[in-house]
Design a protein around this ligand. Structure first.
Ligand SMILES: NC(=O)c1ccc[n+]([C@@H]2O[C@H](COP(=O)([O-])OP(=O)(O)OC[C@H]3O[C@@H](n4cnc5c(N)ncnc54)[C@H](OP(=O)(O)O)[C@@H]3O)[C@@H](O)[C@H]2O)c1
Length: 326
């Protein structure tokens, strides 16, 4: 038996229950992993509330990201063995546990240069930044990007990586303290959206032209001013709804405001094959090894305190990545 945090119903943080569960032996193509560190993601809040329908049945263990050690290997698995250090950002929850079964196809080997804690803090958030800035809208040196929730988990990776590519970042945040955080992590300009108008800053910084791209995980609250911050033929890349879902997209508005491009991006469509997963992880690990990325772990919580992590992240109190220790 192992400790795990499960939900038996969707709802507020009180549905999170610390329980003992049986893990069992890995089936064909599976591994049993002993987790060392678990990654926390904003997505976990949406799954807990039932907004993001990924759980096949209840009760279910939450969490989609972790690092650990292979404890047992099922039939038909090649390239992985007992004792290997691995990590994942999985499509199926199950990470809030001391151990779990997982399809070997979702797991990557960790290089020596990447610690378990860094891996748990960066697999989902860092591979999201990877596909957004290299394959969704590949921002170029000399361009300007508007990045929302810039002090958050994905946000700090975006600030650092875009800056390393020579892209000028305007980051938005919800407090003055977070402005200092993003300026120390590559952003050229920081805007507290609670007291300042980021659309005006975007226009001023670009001499009135508008930014080349918006990387937006906030959704509803920032949508209109984001569209109004773009240059003609600029790219609106939405990849999250932290403040609520976007309004229906108005194609005429995209036309009249400058033949704008809009996409609602998901990591799973940028990891359509094992090769895409391995390439994305290798690019992330390479950027960590080269120093282009420094994983900022702003908070650590014990597995039994995961409800506090849900509340703190939902209320915008956190910066950088959040991990759950065992
Ligand atoms: N599509 C994908 O492939 C993909 C992959 C990974 C993550 N995501 C999404 O990316 C987003 C960021 O994930 P993360 O884990 O790194 O979280 P995070 O950015 O660390 O936390 C969310 C941040 O959103 C900001 N925010 C703005 N308005 C908010 C509101 N009304 N309620 C709550 N937060 C608000 C807060 O920062 P400020 O107040 O400072 O702005 C908060 O810190 C999430 O929406 C997540 O679902 C998408």
């Amino acid at each position: 038996m192992v400790k795990a945090v499960r939900i038996h119903a969707f709802g507020d943080v009180d549905v999170l229950k610390l329980e003992e569960i049986e893990v069992g032996d890995p089936g064909p193509g599976q591994l049993r992993l002993r987790h060392t560190v678990i990654g926390f993601n904003f997505l976990d809040i949406a799954v807990r509330k039932g907004i993001y329908p990924v759980l096949p049945e209840l009760p279910s263990v939450l969490g989609t990201e972790a690092a650990g050690v292979v404890e047992a290997v099922g039939d038909g698995v090649s390239g992985l063995k007992e004792g290997d250090r691995v990590a994942y950002a999985a499509t199926m929850p199950g990470a809030y546990a001391e151990a779990r079964l997982i399809d070997a196809s979702q797991v990557v080997l960790l290089p020596d240069a990447v610690s378990d804690e860094v891996a748990a803090a960066s697999m989902l958030k860092g591979m999201t930044a990877e596909y957004l800035i290299h394959r969704c809208y590949p921002a170029q040196a000399g361009e300007t990007a508007l990045v929302h929730a810039a002090a958050g988990g994905v946000g700090l990776f975006l600030c650092q990586w875009l800056a390393a590519k020579g892209v000028s970042v305007i980051g938005t945040v919800g407090s003055d303290a977070k402005k200092d955080t993003i300026l120390a992590n590559g952003a050229a300009h920081a805007v507290n959206y609670k007291t300042e108008n980021f659309q005006e800053v975007a226009r001023a910084v670009t001499g009135g032209t508008g930014v080349d791209v918006v990387y937006d995980s906030v959704g509803k609250d920032h949508y209109q001013r984001s569209i109004d911050s773009l240059r003609p033929r600029g790219y609106m890349v939405n990849f999250g709804n932290s403040s609520g879902p976007l309004p229906p997209i108005d194609s005429v508005e995209l036309n009249v405001k400058g033949s704008l491009f809009f996409t609602k991006a998901s990591m799973r469509f940028y990891q359509l094959s094992r090769e895409e997963l391995e390439n994305s992880a290798a690019t992330l690990f390479g950027a960590i090894a080269s120093g282009d990325l420094t994983t900022v772990i702003g908070q650590r919580y014990k597995l039994e305190d995961v409800a506090t992590a849900h509340t703190d992240v939902a209320e915008g109190r956190t910066t950088g990545s959040t991990v759950i220790t065992i």
